[in-house]
Design a protein around this ligand. Sequence first.
Ligand code: ATP
Ligand code: 5RP
Length: 322
Amino acid sequence: MLRARGSGRRPVMLAIAGDSAAGKTTLTRGLVRCLGAERMTAVCVDDYHRYDRAERAGKPFTALHPDCNHIDIMEQHLQLLSMGEPILKPVYDHATGELVRPELVEPRDFVIVEGLLPLHTRLARACFDISVYLDPPEPLRHSWKVRRDCDKRGYSPEQVMAELARREPESAAYIRPQRKYADIVVRFAPVAGRLDPPGTPLSAELLLRPTIDHPELADVLDGASGDADKPLHLRLHRDDDGRPVDALHVHGYVSPEESQVVKKAIWERLGARAGAGLPDPDALGRLGDAGTSDPLAITQLLLLPHLLNTFTCGESSLSRPA
Ligand SMILES: Nc1ncnc2c1ncn2[C@@H]1O[C@H](COP(=O)(O)OP(=O)(O)OP(=O)(O)O)[C@@H](O)[C@H]1O
Ligand SMILES: O=C(CO)[C@H](O)[C@H](O)COP(=O)(O)O
């Protein structure tokens, strides 16, 4: 088995998949800040776009289509990273829509790979220890995309709405099918039927699939399991294939005191596993200019045991079934 250069270990590989503006970068950024940039490598697979923005405009497909991306090169690079090897990664600049000079990426202890298609192929999936799919309701994602693309990528609202409509068949064909391969499915959304005051963060629902071991949460939630009146509770759901699956609900109206109790309990358990670099809890739950969100912080916190546990155990990522 190949080992990571220098460290003598292979990195822990985390995939964060989802459609455009589903919140992948937001989730990733907090994890990187929390564990420290010196231990984390974050790769966005938008960099594997085959065409720049001008070339893409003349194609019969959108950026979501596998043919619009160097999926084979992405697979090769994921394999190299998962074995601790460096890559010369292409770079796509969203500010200009151009493909620019490639960059050298060396995997650190943890590698987060986020983007549109990281779970599209069997070979790509086999490179990950943990996989997350972000699944916000479509109207919410559309509003996030319009705001983000107009603020940061130079589009008008009409252009973004037209592009979303054009992309819908490819979202259905290539992006959403990845949901079934994720170990954890995360949905940020308002709670149906509640009128919370403006500024209340979105709630998070996390499907915790039995494809990986999840931290024991019943004692952390202090008897709230199954009690849907509590802002933090576990429930048994039916997954898309009809199988039962645990769902953790973290409601946006959770009080700072209640969320603090849960965060502290998860945090204390992490302490022993964090090793030399103890994570920074204040980095979690940040929404850029839009303040902070406890449901986001708890979602990020729940991913840390997966990262730290796998790192401590040093398990082989390639031994997982695809
Ligand atoms: N949990 C959240 N709560 C509220 N707003 C959010 C949340 N996650 C993301 N957003 C909003 O959605 C926008 C898009 O998020 P982000 O940039 O993380 O998406 P992305 O999946 O990385 O997008 P892309 O793949 O297109 O680059 C953010 O600018 C933010 O406004
Ligand atoms: O779906 C997307 C993921 O971010 C982008 O729209 C895609 O990467 C193309 O980028 P741009 O719109 O900046 O040309």
